[in-house]
Design a protein around this ligand. Structure first.
Ligand SMILES: [Fe+2]
Length: 398
């Protein structure tokens, strides 16, 4: 099965691919930050990062280079993972008061999502809460440079900012928060603890595979997603075991950016709906939730898109000659389960502390709050409940 054999429903209509104006990728490329800021004519710079980042040598080197360039910048590091709307409001107030004209987000997905909020708040004056939803921003904000220090969310190349509102995840979706520049330096990911490497890596894998299952995917987004899957199959476990392996870190950094570009236009499906529903209830990190859900999502879609999942099998490096598309897709599911096990992702919702009695309500919330018009199979309360039940038990049928 090749990409050219796929019948793409999306190609019968006009499709759009969006990404940052510039993507800079390379070991040591973080040093280019000052040059890029000058090109964007930033004069009062806000760096949004996370508290620990300020103690890391590689990050200090970058801020030192801005200092020696005589740049006027402030650092906002009162961020948190899975950020609450209250934190976003605080950052927006700080950004408006400081009259910053360029924002740099340096951190994982949560930090970059917050940097998007800082950027948009410079020209969109209402509370952040009022912009939760799709296309509610009136104009672009200050120029935005995103520098990932994890390899997973792909936030550096997407137009989404995800925030926690109570126990719910909600997002700001707008082309006006697409970063102007994604500056991807794998060196910055070497400080990631192994659990974060695992979770963020599984997030990237979920994003790539869900894109391939989506009805909105195109040959362009599939090509990006399949390359991301190849890189993750090759490097995730290596990076998990040896975080200082720069080749593995580079492979994963590239995979995360490619998966971000893929799902930014090809869209996500059931996996992220499930993860965004149950993750916040037990404060499970986003990538871990995605990793728990992924095999079950693939199983859910296998009967309707076996050819697409056989492409995933090929990208995972599986030998599928002579196998039917369904057999190849099933092999891909087993390979994903094995990879998740290898990087210590929990195997079930039960293991994460969920009670079986919670599943009906979770199913209802999932269908109501996270519908996916691009899902190739209908997400009904009944079908989602069945998926949740198998996830709870850790029982794959395939
Ligand atoms: Fe994600």
């Amino acid at each position: 099965m090749l990409l050219t054999d796929v019948n793409y429903p999306s190609l019968r209509q006009t499709t759009t691919f969006s990404g940052p104006r510039k993507i800079i990728f390379g070991v040591g490329s973080g040093k280019d930050l000052a040059k890029e800021i000058r090109q964007l004519a930033g004069s009062k710079i806000l760096i949004v990062t996370y508290p620990e980042a300020t103690t890391f040598a590689v990050v200090q080197e970058i801020t030192k280079s801005l200092q020696s360039d005589g740049m006027d910048f402030a650092v906002y590091s009162q961020t948190e993972s899975e950020p609450r709307i209250e934190v976003a409001e605080d950052l927006a107030a700080y950004t408006r008061a400081g009259r910053f004209d360029l924002v740099v987000g340096m951190g994982g997905g949560s930090v970059m999502d917050l940097a998007k909020i800082a950027s948009m708040s410079t020209t969109n004056p209402k509370p952040v809460r009022d912009y939760l939803g799709v296309d509610l921003l009136a104009r672009k904000g200050a120029p935005l440079i995103c520098i990932p220090t994890t390899a997973g969310t792909g936030s550096e190349v997407t137009m989404f900012s995800v925030l926690s509102v109570g126990e719910k995840k909600m997002d700001v979706v707008s082309p006006y928060i697409l970063p102007d520049i994604a500056l991807v330096d794998p060196l910055l990911t070497t400080t990631m603890p192994f659990q974060v490497t695992a979770g963020t890596g599984m997030d990237a894998l979920s994003q790539a595979i869900e894109t391939i299952t989506s009805l909105a995917t195109t040959p362009l987004t599939d090509a990006l997603a399949l390359t991301a899957i190849q890189l993750i199959a090759r490097w995730l476990k290596v990076a998990f075991v040896d975080g200082s392996n720069i080749e593995a870190r580079s492979g994963m950094a590239l995979a995360a950016t490619l998966a971000g570009l893929a799902f930014g236009s090809g869209k996500l499906t059931l996996g992220h709906s499930l993860a965004q529903t149950f993750g916040p209830v037990r404060k499970v990190p986003h990538g871990v939730s995605c990793g728990v859900a992924l095999p079950y999502v693939m199983e859910f879609y296998l009967p309707v898109i076996p050819e697409k999942l056989s492409l995933v099998a090929g990208a995972l490096g599986l030998q599928t000659r002579g196998a039917t598309a369904t057999e190849a897709g099933a092999a891909a599911i087993r390979a994903v389960i094995k990879l998740a096990e290898d990087v210590a992702i929990p195997a079930s919702l039960r293991e994460l502390g969920f009670d079986k009695g919670e599943l009906p309500e979770l199913s209802e919330i999932c269908v109501k709050e996270w519908p996916r018009p691009n899902s190739p199979r209908a997400m009904t309360k009944q079908s989602v409940h069945e998926v949740f039940e198998r996830m709870w038990e850790g029982r794959i049928l395939t």
